[in-house]
Design a protein around this ligand. Structure first.
Ligand SMILES: N[C@@H](CCC(=O)N[C@@H](CS)C(=O)NCC(=O)O)C(=O)O
Length: 256
């Protein structure tokens, strides 16, 4: 049995979900409540972040895998069919390099920038953070949301300066991605790999909010909606939307 501990709203968790789905593996999801999640995460693993995969087919420490990149490594080792890491060494290192770059330059920046605009709006932020979470998340957030928001701002250094820096980093990563996609369908070696999966999963909430973060799709903060509208004609945007609609729509709609 595979169990994925996650936040439904997290783009890193979407990376892990997509990898599991790509391999055709059956798994259960446990949706945690951001904030109180720490107790569960730290009971299972070394740090507090999700995704965390528990692979019940293994024993001891080997069965708990924390982080979307480590989860992809693990899945490729245990289920080598439909590999996400290319077989040849050069392509493998290029794919992993892309993934690291995208995790840092798109994953981290988009999150800081997005939360900077969303966290001040309590109703919207609550809807976003509690997607798929257990029912008691709402009454709990009525009490603890201010403390959760404070902790998130502190942990992710969310402030005006960092939001502006994050937006600049995001723009330059998107430029690089647009350049790499010119005339290419895949980022590495002419085939789908963890590099493509990372880019598409991390960008899905921006390109397809109605599918991936439906709780806030109709109420995106003005700055986020404006940025999204500016990017709609960029090559990466169509690339994410096309694959997503073809391969991920059914899953996303199921809330998996
Ligand atoms: N590099 C990690 C990043 C994971 C991450 O930052 N997860 C966030 C959600 S987007 C999280 O769990 N934050 C809460 C915490 O760190 O306690 C990965 O690829 O999985």
């Amino acid at each position: 049995m595979l169990t994925l501990y996650q936040f439904q709203c997290s783009h890193y968790c979407e990376k892990a979900r997509w990898a599991l789905d790509y391999k055709g593996l059956a798994y259960e999801t446990r949706n945690l409540i951001p904030g109180p999640h720490r107790r569960t995460a730290e009971r299972l693993a070394a740090q507090s972040h999700v995704p965390i995969l528990v692979d019940g087919g293994l024993v001891d420490e080997a069965k708990v895998i924390q982080g979307s990149d480590a989860i992809i490594d693990h899945l490729d080792r245990r289920w080598p069919e439909r590999r996400l890491t290319p077989l040849d060494t050069l392509s493998a290192s290029l794919a992993v390099e892309w993934e690291r770059y995208l995790d840092a330059e798109i994953g981290v920046s988009i999150r800081c920038w997005f939360y900077y605009y969303v966290l001040p709006q309590r109703v919207l932020a609550t809807r976003f953070l509690l997607q798929g979470a257990p029912w008691y998340g709402r009454p709990l957030y009525a009490l603890i949301f201010p403390a959760v928001r404070h902790a998130m701002r502190k942990m992710m250094h969310i402030d005006a300066d960092n939001a502006a820096r994050s937006e600049a980093r995001l723009r330059s990563a998107l430029e690089r991605l647009n350049g790499a996609l010119r005339g290419q369908r895949y980022l590495v070696g002419g085939a789908f790999s963890r590099a493509d999966l990372a880019a598409r999963a991390l960008l899905a909430p921006l390109c397809l909010p109605e599918l991936t973060v439906p709780a806030v799709a109709d109420a995106l903060p003005a700055a986020v909606a404006r940025f999204r509208a500016q990017q709609e004609d960029a090559p990466f945007f169509a690339w994410v939307v096309e694959t997503y609609r073809r391969h991920r729509a059914a899953r996303a709609a199921l809330g998996k």
